[in-house]
Design a protein around this ligand. Structure first.
Ligand SMILES: [Fe+2]
Ligand SMILES: [Fe+2]
Length: 301
C-alpha cells in the first residue's frame, strides 16, 4: 500500500526519461535559494533574534524584496506599509515568516520555469492563488490555527502540473487538458500517459528540493487526503479549497457552486466547530468572490 506512506518513505521517483528532462530543463533552478534554506534553519533556533533573522534574509536582496511585496499585499492587508523585514517579522511572527520565505521562493520559481506556453503559467497561477486564498479564508473562519502553511500549501499543491508542462510540452494538453473538471480518472490518465502523475511528480520534486514537511505530503495527497497519515487536516483543507477553485476556474464566478458537491467537505467539517460549520454554506459565495478579486491583485503584484 504505497499510497499510505509518507513521501520520504515512498519511491516517488519518476521514470528516468522524466528525470533526465527535468535535469536538462530545470537544471539550475532551485525551489529554495541558499539563503532561504539557511534562514529556515536559523528560524528554528530559539535563541535567534528578530534582528539576526532579518539581517540574514536581507543578504538575498531578491528574496527580501519578494517577501516584503507579499507582506504588503492583499494577503496580509497591513494597516500601515511594512517597510523592512525586521517589521515583517515583528508583525507576522517567526513561524509565519518561514512560510513567507517559502511562498516568495516558490512564486519566484513558478515565474522562472522555462515553459514553452505562457498560457499554462497564467492559468496555473490563477488556480494556485485561488486555492491558497480559499485555504486562508477557511482557516480563519474555522479557527484551524494554521499560520501560513495553508497559503504555501495551496500555492504549491499543483506544482507537479507545471513540471509536466516543462518535461512534456508537446503532449501537455493530452496529459492535462487544464479543464479543471477533475475525477479519480485524472491521475489514472496522467499515469498511463507519463508513468507518473502531477501529485507524485510534485511531491518527488519538493522532497528532492528539501522543501520541509508538511508540504510534500499535501502535494502528494491533495486528491486523496484520506491517505495522508500526517497533516491530514491541512491536506483536507487544501482538497476542499482546490474543489472550490476548480469551480472558479471553470465558471469564473461563484454562482452555482454547491458546497454539498465538495467530496472533501464532510471530512473537513469533522474538524470544524459545529456553530461555524452551520454557517459555512452562507459564507461560501462571498468567500469565493473576495478570493477572485484578491487573486487577481496578487497575480499583478
Ligand atoms: Fe491537483
Ligand atoms: Fe488544483
Amino acid at each position: 500500500m504505497l499510497a499510505t506512506l509518507e513521501p520520504n518513505e515512498l519511491d516517488l521517483t519518476p521514470p528516468p526519461e522524466i528525470v533526465a528532462l527535468l535535469n536538462k530543463r530545470a537544471h539550475k533552478l532551485r525551489m529554495l535559494p541558499a539563503v532561504a534554506v539557511e534562514a529556515l534553519e536559523l528560524a528554528k533556533n530559539p535563541e535567534c533574534t528578530i534582528s539576526e533573522f532579518a539581517t540574514f534574509v536581507e543578504r538575498d536582496v531578491k528574496l527580501a524584496t519578494d517577501m516584503l511585496k507579499i507582506a504588503n499585499s492583499a494577503l496580509y492587508c497591513p494597516t500601515t506599509p511594512i517597510l523592512n523585514l525586521h517589521r515583517a517579522v515583528v508583525r507576522l511572527g517567526f513561524r509565519e515568516c518561514q512560510y513567507l520565505i517559502m511562498t516568495a521562493s516558490v512564486s519566484s520559481l513558478m515565474n522562472r520555469l522555462p515553459l514553452d506556453q505562457e498560457w499554462i503559467r497564467e492559468v496555473h497561477s490563477r488556480h494556485s492563488f485561488n486555492t491558497a486564498l480559499l485555504a486562508i479564508h477557511m482557516n480563519r473562519i474555522f479557527h484551524f490555527g494554521f499560520q501560513g502553511e495553508e497559503f504555501t500549501a495551496g500555492l504549491m499543491h499543483d506544482f507537479g502540473r507545471l513540471l509536466i508542462a516543462l518535461v512534456a510540452p508537446e503532449r501537455f494538453k493530452e496529459i492535462d487538458p487544464m479543464d479543471f473538471d477533475e475525477s479519480p480518472e485524472t491521475l489514472v490518465r496522467e499515469h498511463a500517459l507519463l508513468g507518473t502523475d502531477h501529485c507524485r511528480l510534485g511531491a518527488w520534486y519538493a522532497t528532492q528540493q528539501k522543501l520541509p514537511a508538511p508540504l510534500p505530503t499535501v502535494i502528494l495527497h491533495h486528491h486523496q487526503p484520506e491517505l495522508a497519515e500526517q497533516s491530514q487536516k491541512l491536506t483536507t483543507l487544501i482538497a476542499v479549497a482546490d474543489h472550490m477553485a476548480n469551480h472558479l476556474q471553470r465558471h469564473e464566478e461563484s454562482a452555482g457552486y454547491n458546497p454539498d458537491s465538495n467530496p472533501f467537505w464532510p471530512a473537513l467539517a469533522d474538524h470544524a466547530d459545529a456553530t461555524v460549520e452551520k454557517h459555512f454554506h452562507e459564507l461560501v459565495p462571498a468567500m469565493m468572490e473576495v478570493t477572485q478579486r484578491d487573486a487577481a491583485s496578487l497575480m499583478k503584484s
